[in-house]
Design a protein. Structure first.
Length: 106
């Protein structure tokens, strides 16, 4: 049976920054929410990842190219691409990636 997800209510339950909180599983993919704030260190994943900004502003460095994401903007980061991000204020991000995603810090 379908379940309605109220993202604005769900965000009130999030506490740790950069901790992905799974909201829904879609086949082998998950939709998660996370607060991004401050600088997150360079890393890469073994699979593609899609980030979508819901609230705030995210500055994302992907392989040396800077992308500025406002609410309503998303970005697909390909497997193996080194990326890091920075947010000067609390930013709500939706994360879409497969279960079991591996992360390697560089």
């Amino acid at each position: 049976m379908p379940e309605v997800v109220d993202v604005h209510k769900k965000k009130l339950t999030l506490d740790d920054r950069y901790k992905k909180n799974i909201v829904s599983l879609i086949n082998d993919q998950y939709f998660a929410l996370a607060w991004f704030e401050g600088q997150y260190k360079p890393h890469r994943h073994n699979v593609d990842e899609f980030l979508y900004v819901i609230e705030g502003h995210l500055s994302l460095d992907v392989e040396g190219k800077i992308f500025e994401l406002e609410p309503g903007c998303g970005i697909n980061i390909k497997a193996g691409e080194i990326h890091s991000n920075r947010s000067d204020h609390k930013t709500l991000v939706a994360v879409f990636e497969p279960q079991g995603t591996q992360i390697e810090y560089v």
